[in-house]
Design a protein around this ligand. Structure first.
Ligand code: EPZ
Length: 419
């Protein structure tokens, strides 16, 4: 099992380029089932993407990754399509459930493994199935599989989500893209990754309008011309490195290949703690501030503060003066990083869904264990701050979502190595 070893408390400075977004690439890969020839650019070379490409090839598309160019080329010649997403692929990469909407709307049937839960929660898909049923699909759950059927095709309608879900919005959008007539989705998630999916679907000839939290989709014949799409940058990776800079960059860390407008709420929150942030057209310059101020935040659907940055912000707040509070309002069990951070000297108590963080506390290196993707990266951030050596186990969690993490941090003078 690989580990990361970090020698902490080093002054960081340098340049970091942000990769393409994993959470935009995954639903767009599911959408390529609707197309014929697609070239996706700015792809992050991370494990979840490789698994999704494996799933597309299992289904019968010809998908191949050109690693040195961060490109994926996909050909769907419609021959021997297998509308099955097997457990072995979906269990390690829950977003595999997103092929359900595409397969159902294009081929009239799909058999997709229930994704099951993960470390941060039960992760149900009831909202996904609610939307597909409204569009006319017959859904059965059998032996851990979702068996969906729509022989006569799907029919557009109005669907109001009882609660906001990124994945359910994406699956409904994909299913609606070939449903007869007009579909109106209400109370949708409107993350930038969903807007990137909409941009991609429009290139397939679909007419889609986003108004507030409603998405209106008009069925159109899908163009089978060659589609090229540049995936949006990863705003969560950006937030992670902004916090690394806020913690340890005595000189500047310049983070480029981004669009600052998309991360307004993250920038506002970090500025409230006193972090020095300079915004340029397509980059952000960040520098440590000795006097960090305490804050209270609650994680919210976009444009609120993202749950995927909650663990990372918590590390920053261990260095802030005073008592901060973070309420995790999206997932039921997303505080696994707290016990590991406490072993490194953090002073954090959990009451119901709120973490109470007392700072500033001196962090010291320890041997710790990663549990989920974002919790793992919070341990890396704590390792960058802590005195002496931190060893992080189970870093396969990190490899699911962070491209070239060590080399990006090394380029900012961090002492980090994989063994
Ligand atoms: C997406 O997960 C992201 N994953 C997550 O990022 C992210 O944390 C999450 O959105 C919230 O922003 C991808 O995009 C691949 P949800 P998703 O459906 O779609 C409940 C990462 O680290 N819910 O918005 O699964 C659910 O349990 C990952 O990159 C239902 O109850 O999130 C949760 O409490 C982690 N029923 C809440 O809604 C459903 O049918 C929000 O989940 C679906 C969700």
């Amino acid at each position: 099992m690989e580990k990361l070893i970090i020698k902490g408390n080093k002054e960081l400075s340098g340049k970091i380029s942000i990769s393409g977004s994993k959470n935009a690439t995954l639903p767009i890969l599911a959408a390529t089932i609707l197309a014929n020839q697609v070239t996706l650019k700015n792809i992050p070379l991370v494990k979840d993407i490789f698994t999704m490409v494996e799933l597309l090839n299992f289904i019968g598309l010809k998908a191949r990754i050109i690693k040195k160019k961060n490109i994926i080329k996909i050909n769907n010649n419609e021959k021997n399509i297998n509308t099955l997403a097997p457990y072995k692929l979906v269990k390690t990469m829950r977003a595999g459930v997103l092929v359900l909407g595409s397969l159902l709307t294009k081929y009239g049937k799909a058999k997709v493994s229930l994704p099951g839960g993960c470390a941060i929660g039960t992760r149900p898909v009831d909202l996904h199935l609610f939307a597909l049923k409204k569009l006319g699909a017959k859904i059965k759950i059998k032996n851990g599989y979702i068996i969906a059927d729509a022989k006569k095709g799907l029919k557009g309608c109005v669907i109001k989500f009882p609660s906001i879900s990124v994945g359910a919005t994406e699956n409904a959008l994909l299913a609606a893209s070939n449903a007869k007539g007009i579909t109106i989705l209400k109370n949708c998630a409107i993350e930038p990754e969903i807007k990137d999916l909409i941009l991609f679907l429009k290139k397939l000839g679909l007419i889609i309008n986003l108004k507030g939290r409603s998405i209106i989709i008009k069925q159109r014949k899908i163009k089978n011309s060659k589609i090229v799409h540049n995936v949006i940058f990863d705003r969560i990776e950006l937030g992670t490195y902004m916090i690394a800079g806020a913690l340890q960059a005595t000189n500047n860390i310049i983070i480029n290949k981004i669009n600052p407008k998309i991360v307004k709420s993250e920038i506002d929150i970090l500025r409230k703690t006193g972090v020095k942030i300079t915004i340029k057209k397509s980059s952000i310059v960040i520098r440590k501030n000795k006097k960090l101020k305490r804050i209270n935040i609650t994680t919210k659907p976009y444009p609120g503060f993202p749950t995927d940055l909650q663990a990372q912000l918590m590390v920053l707040l261990t260095q802030a003066n005073g008592v901060s509070k973070i309420k995790e309002d999206i997932f039921e069990n997303r505080f696994m990083h707290v016990s590991e951070l406490k072993r490194m000297g953090a002073d954090i108590e959990i009451k119901d869904k709120t973490a109470i963080i007392k700072g500033p506390t001196k962090l010291t290196g320890a041997e710790v264990m990663a549990t989920d993707l974002r919790a793992s990266v919070s341990l890396v951030l704590a390792g960058l701050v802590a005195e002496n050596k931190t060893i992080i186990n189970r870093i396969y969690h990190l490899d699911r979502g962070y491209e070239f993490l060590e080399s990006k941090l090394k380029s900012c003078k961090a002492e980090i190595k994989r063994v």
